[in-house]
Write a protein that binds this ligand. Structure first.
Ligand SMILES: Cc1cc2nc3c(=O)[nH]c(=O)nc-3n(C[C@H](O)[C@H](O)[C@H](O)COP(=O)(O)O)c2cc1C
Length: 477
């Protein structure tokens, strides 16, 4: 890609932005992004469903260590696929000391998804990780870089350590990642990974990926610029609070009549784009900017373009379950879609946008009827156990267990299991686990892209419309 993309398709977990979506966007000369979150679980489940089309096995046949790829395939692949009633094989939960098999799976999953997204074209592909899901970072980034990922985007925290990880991997050195640990004595836990020892020889990577931190304020953008050596970051994604997924915490929170906390994003949360432009790095603005007019506005504000998510999440190439996607498109087309900013649901503590949709965790009956279980553990926080070792807890797990691990009962209120819910939304959930859907506040693009409430649109339709400033594809009433 000689010039910077005007559109970055945002990373959307879990598997909403899988390789088919990212590839479709990149083929059209914009930046496609795979979601890197929970890929090891997604890949293990695709293999158990029989790997339709043979894509995962095709990608893994290019993995430089075939003994590792073979182990992963033979552990999870089921010829013809398991039936819907058979539970998926367990993938171990992340710990600071993971079994080799899990590390191999994490590395192979990031490798395979990047490899597939890059297949058949030479445009750039990025991968998105969440700083809050930090335990797999060292392994996942190794896998993505082995496949020649062009860019890493990361938010949901302050991912200051990533440039050093990229540098160390490229130099063939050991890498490390410091994780926060709640507790009195352990200030943090440093995970270490020596690729040469792990693979049995020195490894090399096709290229150095760019790094784009996702931030929500001038302060944080300036902080990155100040803290990191020159050249560590290639630009910023600035995400406004209307964006899908997790949002930055607001400066002000009020409570409604029933005591439910509501975010109030005010003047202090507004980003000063002139100041961002003065940092001298390219930036993309995300959050309700998916329209030709907003793209023009972003360019005029000095941005290289926009980061858009929802418009791609509802397109034909999205990894969202097609039935859920269709229902949301219809509601959005009719003007009946309600998206709330839920301050409690995400175990991360960040506000999370939730689509109010029948049959999903957004419904209080479904929420209350779900039996709490923590069997994926992507969002666990590390804490110091009485014996001085690291323990793992999640405020969405069974309340008593969380409290027994030293957590505060208040922390569990209103929390939902995003791991299970998001896997279900992608069609790879555990039996009986209700989905949860996230989307940005604005879906006005639907009436520009859909002929009627039952129709759909492709990535190509969306990109052509976004780039064709001022001329809507379809005019309604
Ligand atoms: C379904 C969905 C899932 C998302 N998941 C993530 C994620 O895992 N990591 C992330 O950094 N951003 C995530 N986002 C945010 C997008 O990358 C993008 O910044 C945002 O959607 C832009 O706002 P828009 O939806 O109004 O276009 C998600 C957004 C959506 C709609």
């Amino acid at each position: 890609m000689a010039t910077l993309p005007k559109i970055i398709q945002g990373g959307m977990g879990v598997n909403i932005s899988g390789w088919p979506l990212a590839q479709a966007v990149s083929r059209l000369g914009q930046q496609g992004t795979i979601s890197g979150v929970a890929l090891e679980r997604i890949m293990a489940r695709i293999l158990q469903r029989g790997d339709p089309g043979g894509h995962i096995r095709r990608a893994l046949s290019s993995f430089p260590f075939q003994d590792i790829a073979d182990r992963v395939v033979s552990r999870y692949f089921v010829q013809g696929g398991i039936s819907k009633t058979v539970p998926f094989k367990k993938v171990p939960i992340f710990t600071v000391n993971m079994p080799r098999l899990l590390i191999e799976l994490i590395i192979c999953a990031s490798f395979a998804f990047v490899w597939l997204a890059k297949e058949g074209h030479s445009n750039e592909i990025s991968i998105n990780y969440m700083e809050k899901v930090a335990m797999p970072h060292l392994y996942a980034i190794t896998g993505a870089m082995l496949a020649g990922v062009d860019c890493i985007t990361m938010g949901a925290g302050i991912p200051l350590q990533i440039p050093a990880v990229i540098n160390a991997l490229l130099e063939g050195k050991s890498v490390e990642y410091r994780l926060p640990v709640s507790g009195t004595n352990i200030a943090g836990y440093t995970m270490k990974f020596n690729p040469e020892n792990f693979f049995g020889r020195q490894i090399s990577f096709p290229k150095r990926p760019k790094f784009l931190p996702i931030v929500a304020s001038n302060l944080l953008a300036k902080f990155f610029k100040k803290k990191l050596p020159e050249g560590s970051i290639s630009g910023f994604v600035i995400e406004e609070p209307t964006a899908g997924g997790h949002n930055a915490p607001p400066r002000k929170i009020i409570r409604d009549k029933s005591g439910i906390p509501l975010p109030i994003y005010g003047a202090k949360d507004i980003v000063d784009y002139e100041e961002i432009a003065r940092l001298g790095l390219p930036f993309w603005i995300g959050g309700s900017h998916a329209s030709p007019k907003k793209l023009r506005w972003a360019l005029d504000a000095g941005a290289a373009g926009i980061q858009a998510g929802s418009i791609f999440a509802l397109s034909e190439e999205s990894g969202m379950d097609p039935v859920i996607r269709k229902r949301i498109r219809q509601l959005g087309f009719d003007g009946n879609l309600h998206v709330k900013t839920d301050m409690r649901i995400s175990p991360t503590g960040f506000p999370f946008k939730v689509v109010c949709l029948k049959g999903t965790l957004s419904n209080s009956i479904i929420y209350n009827g779900r039996v709490r279980i923590c069997n994926h553990g992507a969002l666990t926080e590390l804490y110091e156990r009485p014996d001085g070792n690291v323990g793992y807890r999640c405020p969405a797990e069974i309340e008593q267990q969380f409290v027994m691990k030293g957590g505060k009962i208040d922390e569990t209120l209103g929390r939902g299991c995003l791991c299970s819910g998001l896997l279900s939304t992608a069609g790879y959930g555990d039996h009986g686990e209700p989905p949860i859907v996230t989307l940005g506040d604005d879906v006005s693009f639907l009436r520009k892209l859909m002929k009627d409430r039952s129709s759909s649109y492709t990535v190509e339709d969306a990109i052509n419309w976004l780039l064709d400033c001022h001329r809507p594809l379809i005019q309604h009433g």
